[in-house]
Design a protein. Structure first.
Lengths: 293, 389
């Protein structure tokens, strides 16, 4: 596959991401798409550390580090100030993890998008509080081990469907993307950049440290999440028009789960149940996209 | 021009005259009159500002942190629970060295629900790195708000203008509202010392290791010390333009006073009345009004109080397990002064209860008749209370 990725770099060497960090790959691609006229709001997440300690910064755009729960609100203020200063060109980007999006930052995000604030919110999703040491979040999937869901207390609740929550706000653009599909990711980031109002990108970003996978498996696992329908690639405009971007060849979820230490404890019976849940979700998405009656 | 304004609108007029560019607010009684009128000014084009109608006080302060970092003058107002919810971001605003200005209308904290005056909400934020000014009347509110922008932007620290719920926020008084040209001669336009800039990308408020964090905190401490000096200079500039001055403290008939009341906010006005009556009876009494609480003007307070025989601090607030907060601070300021006067602590007007001239006269009488304080705090006007156990 030929991928046409721009040469420009905004993530520099010296960042302190773990080997194989999906969040770092995601940042690199998104900033390539958005370009230098971008200001970033960075609530507490892995990237608060990855960007490097004072006085260094691995990011070659202005960054305002922000309190954990303030991604939507801080961006609201940055946008308002830029508008008052006559700068309508710069893209305001909030870059948050799943904890800062699904959980503690949920109110500020919902508030900001209800007001249709003119900014792009990217959630890079590694499915737990990885920065603090792999604690469960409401993004942690059914079946996962984390340091707060250990042994027989592995998580037996579904992952919150954040994309559908954002869709319900009827904002101009909501899309999923994956580090394993850079063309699709770049296209969506560029498309979002050109739009006005609230835009939301949900990027699947594998975490070798927290998922208990070898670092070289990071992109492969992310690709399998799409191929198994665990993380479908789709976009929704104005909360109504669904487009599914990738139709998988129906791989079994078993393959995806067996490669990750965080799911090691699951039995064949558990995996059958998970397969059924994934199938249900996929059918529901097909119906929303008008591809099933 | 003299106008009859409520305290809330005196704040709003100052914010309009200061040409604030981004205002953010969340509704909470009794602060709402301030932001309602500012919202209307923005809608009618009387102000060239963006008004952000956010979904909580926490998001309100976060939005101002974002806006101020991007390079504009900002303002908000809140009370009680709203200020408590902002707490984390109050530390953030000062730590990020952002000159945000906020009006805080003192409101008692729940439970039980109480919308009336009590200073515990703002005093509980004393260690957040905000400059705090307590105001007595509508004119002082307007003047202090204008000065607040100047001071905040000079030392790069946020400022809280504090006013009593209802007694000040909802009381109408004649207030001299200056013209725009006069204000422009006093208050320079906002020029940020740093801001988000795509031409010069920097990371603001990043991870800071122990090797640098302590120096950053010391810088804030130095800025707070500097604020005390700058406050005086800004008052000089304000007095030159408007012929009004308040001081970090105001000493009222303290020179020959044997007993000095220490007051803040609107209780000061009531105390002025009690003072007049007591003086008429030949009592040697004075008042030290504290306006500036952070930075705390220790030297001035020591200077004004050291000649008194006794000091009676009136606190409309309480720190459980410790006492009235102004009394604690005054005791701490005096403790290294040899032979300093004893400090009597009185708690009055909690949760909006009226503080009357009779109560203040009673406080005077109790102080005069005691050689030394028997307790850290004496609660004034309490109904009979049975120990719940």
């Amino acid at each position: 596959m030929q991928t046409n990725v721009m040469d420009r770099e905004f993530v520099h060497s010296g960042h302190v991401g773990c080997p194989g960090c999906g969040a770092t790959i995601a940042m690199r691609f998104v900033l390539k798409a958005l370009g230098e006229k971008t200001m970033m709001v960075l609530p507490a997440c892995c990237w608060s550390v990855i960007a490097g300690p004072y006085p260094q910064s691995a990011l070659k755009i202005p960054v305002i580090h922000a309190a954990f729960e303030t991604g939507g609100a801080t961006a609201t203020g940055v946008r308002a100030a830029l508008d008052m200063l006559g700068d309508t060109e710069t893209t305001v980007l909030t870059w948050a993890g799943d904890g800062g999006t699904f959980d503690i930052g949920f109110q500020a995000l919902s508030g900001a998008v209800e007001r249709n604030e003119n900014f792009l919110y990217v959630c890079y999703d590694n499915e737990a509080y990885m920065n603090t040491g792999i604690q469960r979040s409401s993004s942690t999937p059914y079946g996962a081990w984390t340091t707060t869901t250990t042994g027989r207390d592995w998580k037996k609740l579904r992952k919150k469907n954040i994309v559908e929550v954002l869709v319900a706000h009827r904002i101009p653009y909501v899309a999923t993307a994956s580090i394993a599909y850079p063309d699709d990711l770049l296209r969506k980031a560029k498309k979002a950049k050109e739009m006005k109002g609230s835009r939301f990108l949900h990027i699947y970003a594998s975490c070798p440290t927290g998922w208990r996978i070898p670092s070289e498996m990071s992109v492969k696992i992310a690709r399998m999440a799409v191929q198994t329908n665990i993380f479908p690639l789709y976009e929704v405009e104005d909360g109504l028009r669904y487009t599914i971007n990738y139709k998988p060849r129906e791989y079994l979820v078993r393959e995806y789960f067996r490669l990750q230490g965080r799911f090691r404890h699951l039995t064949d019976q558990d995996l059958d149940q998970i397969q059924q849940m994934v199938n249900e979700d996929w059918e529901l998405l097909l119906r929303k996209a008008g591809e099933r009656a | 021009m003299k106008r009859v304004l409520e305290g809330s609108h005196a704040v709003a007029e100052a914010v309009r005259l200061a040409k604030v560019q981004v205002i953010s607010a969340y509704p909470i009684t009794p602060q709402t009159h301030i932001v309602e009128i500012l919202s209307e000014y923005c809608t009618k084009g009387l102000m060239n500002a963006r008004f952000l109608r956010v979904e909580s006080e926490h998001s309100c302060m976060a939005a101002l942190i974002g806006a101020q970092t991007a390079g504009v003058r900002t303002f908000t107002a809140t009370s009680g629970q709203g200020l408590a919810l902002m707490h984390e971001l109050l530390h953030w605003a000062s730590g990020a060295r952002l000159p945000i200005v906020m009006a805080e209308v003192n409101r008692a904290l729940a439970p039980g629900w109480n919308i009336w005056v009590d200073q515990t909400d703002s005093l509980a934020q004393r260690d957040t790195g905000w400059i705090q000014m307590y105001c007595e009347d509508g004119q002082e509110v307007l003047d202090s708000t204008l000065q607040a922008f100047y001071l905040a932007e000079t030392v790069n620290l946020p400022v809280m203008i504090v006013l009593d719920a209802f007694y000040l926020s909802h009381t109408y008084e004649p207030v001299d509202v200056p013209g725009q040209e006069e204000v422009d001669r006093f208050l320079p336009p906002y020029v940020p010392k740093f801001q988000l800039d795509t031409a010069h990308p920097c990371g603001f408020s990043p991870l800071v290791a122990p090797g640098d964090y302590m120096e950053m905190r010391y810088h804030i401490a130095m800025a707070m010390d500097d604020a005390l000096i700058r406050f005086g200079e800004i008052e000089d500039a304000f007095a030159a333009q408007f012929n009004r001055r308040y001081g970090p403290v105001e000493a009222i008939e303290c020179a020959d006073a044997e007993i000095i009341f220490v007051t803040t906010g609107t209780v000061t006005s009531t105390c002025r009345l009690a003072l007049r009556d007591l003086r008429a009876k030949g009592e040697k009494v004075g008042i030290l009004k504290i306006k500036l609480f952070r930075p705390f003007p220790c030297e001035r307070i020591r200077e004004e109080l050291k000649g008194a025989k006794k000091v009676a601090v009136i606190d409309r607030n309480f720190s459980f397990g410790a006492g009235g907060i102004f009394a604690q601070e005054v005791r701490a300021a005096l403790c290294n002064v040899p032979d300093h006067p004893p400090v009597f602590g009185y708690i009055a007007g909690i949760g909006g209860r009226d503080v009357t001239p009779e109560m203040l006269t009673e406080i005077y009488r109790q102080t005069k008749n005691s050689d030394a304080p028997k307790k850290e705090s004496v609660w004034i006007g309490l109904h009979e209370v049975n120990n719940a156990d």
